[in-house]
Design a protein. Structure first.
Ligand SMILES: NC(=O)C1=CN([C@@H]2O[C@H](COP(=O)(O)OP(=O)(O)OC[C@H]3O[C@@H](n4cnc5c(N)ncnc54)[C@H](OP(=O)(O)O)[C@@H]3O)[C@@H](O)[C@H]2O)C=CC1
Ligand SMILES: O=C(CO)COP(=O)(O)O
Ligand SMILES: [Zn+2]
Length: 346
């Protein structure tokens, strides 16, 4: 049996901080809620969401620092100690992933209230969590509802919207890697999930000029792509349609660089290189990233070229079970340097 779980409600619009109450009421989520936010997203929207809920629910709040197992455990302790019925995550990808995994482990629902359009974990069923050293992709359940308030998301610096484009455009190479794993290793492949994922990538390429404006329409375009990409992952039952070698490269950078860039920014640059390795039209990908103002090289990422080369050579070791264009042996230093130089990344 292949189980596909999807959000029950997706709200996209303006001034939705109060709408949370109606959604929770409609979905009969229960009386005790724990609001998760980061130190910044508390000020951006978390406090207001909390205040709106207080009228009708018993509300607890928790400030989450990062997407780690430690933070998931801390959340689980609060859920158990306070008899929490549901969670709401107000924040970026890290906060949403902590809520996703903690709610899954506790067997309670959670609402995703994104404050940025920088990643496609907004509606997906898998959580990317750091354990010991590396990021692992853990199966969980998708949010019961997604509440995307365009006004809130627009408060984020433009850089985050461009990063969202990087995370979506990476679907082009992720799907190629998935197909490769299907053909070479007999891995399960869903044509439907792959098509949905590719559609999101094609839409951002087509709408790059609108996205560049950084207005509300731009936010809507990117958010829809991110949600569709998350749904594609839920249909696939894994992050395969949206995470291939370009994501392994980004996870490797997170491990080795003193100051990583945003997830979507690193994935976008990774896509240029892995598209080159796949023999895809990498220049079109680079042009789109340039058009939307996302980084396309080491300098713009603020990362030393030496880390780029190292990340490319160790990426295949991060999730060895995830077969990609990097193969089992990975890239040699020479091949990594050549690919990065040809594509203008270093
Ligand atoms: N599960 C999945 O399917 C997926 C998961 N991911 C994961 O998501 C994470 C990346 O998410 P991303 O959102 O890029 O990064 P983070 O969630 O790490 O957030 C980065 C920073 O942005 C801040 N921030 C959030 N919203 C705003 C805003 N409106 N204005 C200003 N600053 C803001 C955060 O504040 P604060 O300090 O308050 O948190 C934080 O300091 C990675 O861990 C990645 O692995 C990515 C794609 C898919
Ligand atoms: O970031 C993702 C898709 O954009 C999924 O994350 P993983 O690489 O952790 O599976
Ligand atoms: Zn991603």
């Amino acid at each position: 049996m292949h189980l596909m779980q999807l959000p029950r409600e997706v709200l996209l619009g303006e001034n939705l901080k109060g709408e949370v109450v109606n959604v929770a009421r409609r979905l009969k989520l229960g009386r005790r809620v724990l609001v998760l936010y980061g130190s910044k997203t508390r000020e951006i929207a978390g406090k207001d969401v909390e205040k709106n809920l207080r009228g009708e629910f018993k509300v607890g709040a928790l400030t989450v620092k990062e997407a780690s197992m430690e933070e998931v455990k801390r959340t689980l302790d609060r859920i158990r100690d306070e008899g929490i019925d549901w969670l709401i995550a107000v924040g970026g990808g890290s906060i949403i992933d902590v809520a996703k995994l903690a709610s899954f482990k506790a067997g309670i629902p959670f609402i995703s209230f994104p404050t940025t359009a920088s990643h496609d974990g907004i509606a997906s069923a898998n959580a990317s969590i750091k354990d010991i050293e590396t990021k692992t992709s853990i199966k969980a359940v998708p949010p019961v509802a997604v509440i995307a308030d365009v006004k809130v998301i627009k408060t984020a610096p433009y850089r985050y919207l461009a990063a969202g484009v990087g995370d979506i455009i990476s679907n082009l190479t992720a799907v190629k890697d998935w197909l490769l794993a299907h053909r070479l290793r007999g891995e399960y492949y869903s044509e439907y999930a792959a098509s949905l994922s590719l559609m999101s990538a094609k839409m951002v390429i087509k709408n790059a000029n609108i996205i560049r404006l950084g207005n509300e329409e731009s936010v809507r375009k990117v958010i829809k792509g991110l949600i569709s990409s998350g749904v594609a992952m839920s249909i696939a039952g894994s992050s395969r349609p949206a995470s291939g070698a370009e994501h392994l490269f980004s996870h490797a950078l997170d491990m080795i660089t003193p100051k990583p860039a945003l997830h979507g920014e690193q994935c976008g640059v990774g896509t240029i290189i892995t598209a080159y390795l796949h023999g895809l039209k990498w220049k079109t990908i680079r042009e789109t990233l340039k058009k939307v103002g996302a980084p396309t090289n080491a300098y713009e990422l603020g990362i030393d070229p030496e880390y780029i080369i190292e990340a490319l050579t160790i990426a295949h070791t991060i999730r060895p079970e995830r077969y990609t264009i990097l193969g089992k042996e990975g890239l040699t230093r020479e091949a990594a340097e050549k690919a990065a130089k040809i594509t203008g990344v270093i």
